[in-house]
Design a protein. Structure first.
Length: 236
């Protein structure tokens, strides 16, 4: 690790006070952007999507669990995979603790994957997770949400992912969709984010950004080449 300039405590305090102004400005921009996000238009979900859950078949409206807002994490876990995506698992490690706090603000959280629910449940037990996780199998839900693609989609190289800005790297891609349920039972999709848009929702990454080495991924073959599932690090 390269040492930075070494200064006195008074000089250090002065530098951080100057930097704090930049952080405050960025936070104000983020607050303004969040307010604009909440004013984005919605579109209605007209398909009666059905999901396999640990308690049987459920519809999209039932995933709200009596609340009016729903976060759906599109977790990469294809039908023929033995394990969930390591990167999605990295994000999912923070879901369970957040569930009761979200519920207190009228928000439910659920993960959705194409793998069978029995496989998802076994992996959830292995990882010690408690959040709801359902299988969309081949019902078209993940395709509507641009998180699952056909082999032909991937081979075409067309920009179909991340709101049509980049090609999908595989048939399963990560994403987060937000839904609202009105008093008449109609479901609306209100927001979606993918790729680097998910970055700010990973608490471990945000903490790594604070330390001297940062994420320290620059010399790796790809950014998350270091990543393992939580139970695979051993004593590291």
């Amino acid at each position: 690790m390269q040492t930075r300039d070494v200064v006195t405590r008074a000089e250090w305090d002065a530098e951080l006070r100057l930097f704090l102004q930049k952080e405050k400005a960025l936070q104000q921009q983020r607050d303004a952007l969040a307010a604009q996000r909440r004013q984005l238009p919605w579109y209605p979900i007209t398909t009666d999507y059905r999901f396999d859950s640990e308690n049987g078949e459920v519809g999209l409206a039932e995933l709200f669990a009596g609340r009016s807002q729903l976060l759906v994490w599109h977790f990469m876990f294809a039908a023929d995979w033995e394990e969930g995506c390591p990167s999605c698992s990295f994000w999912a490690d923070q879901y369970s603790p957040a569930v009761p706090h979200l519920a207190a603000r009228d928000v439910s959280l659920v993960a959705v994957s194409t793998a069978p629910v029995s496989v998802l449940s076994a992996y959830k037990r292995r990882m010690g997770w408690a959040f709801p996780w359902v299988s969309c199998s081949d019902n078209g839900f993940n395709r509507e949400c641009a998180a699952t693609f056909s082999a032909a989609d991937v081979a075409s190289g067309d920009s179909l992912y991340n709101h049509g800005t980049i090609p999908p790297a595989g048939e399963e891609m990560p994403g987060l969709s937000v839904f609202a349920l009105d008093e008449q039972g109609a479901v609306y999709r209100t927001y979606a984010t993918y790729a680097r848009g998910l970055d700010a929702l990973n608490g471990a990454y945000q903490q790594l950004d604070l330390v001297p080495k940062g994420r320290d991924e620059g010399r790796l073959d790809y950014p998350m080449a270091w990543l393992k599932r939580r139970d695979a690090y051993g004593d590291a």
